[in-house]
Ligand binder design. Structure first.
Ligand SMILES: [Zn+2]
Length: 143
């Protein structure tokens, strides 16, 4: 099964291969200032796979706070796509299901998540354990 999604303008496409039914995957509402402004609803799963496809330069990488992760935003329409870090075996990401209008996540309530009190070490360990192995493709499929 492959779930697809894209940003509002279509410059960034994603393909998400869930390891199990989407209804069984987490959906979180991070309470940080950035995610609240965007109404982010994120999902991640280390057993699933994510592909992010966009033309070169189509994605802006924004860093804030501790500046460890890259927050990926469509340069054209401003949709928040995903946050990514570098893992030992490649990129890992948490996908903003709301930002890419991901199939299978419509109408689900998100669980509020507050990570403010995490240490840097705990934050990295959580991301390495939970985020989704992610590859980037330099073109837009079906464009
Ligand atoms: Zn866009």
């Amino acid at each position: 099964m492959t779930l697809s999604g894209s940003c509002h303008c279509g410059a960034v496409h994603i393909a998400f291969e869930p390891s199990r039914a989407p209804a069984e995957l987490p959906l979180r509402a991070c309470q940080c200032g950035f995610c609240r402004r965007h109404g982010a609803r994120t999902t991640s799963d280390p057993e699933s796979r994510l592909l992010i496809a966009a033309a070169p330069g189509a994605i802006a990488a924004y860093r804030f706070g501790r500046r460890v992760s890259e927050v990926l935003i469509c340069r054209t329409c401003g949709c928040y796509i995903a946050s990514a870090i570098e893992g030992a075996a490649g990129k890992l990401a948490t996908l903003n299901a709301a930002g890419v209008d991901l199939e299978g996540f419509d109408g689900r309530a998100a669980e509020p998540a507050n990570y403010e009190d995490e240490t840097d070490e705990a934050r990295l360990a959580r991301r390495l354990a939970r985020w989704t192995p992610t590859t980037f493709a330099p073109a837009v499929p079906n464009a």
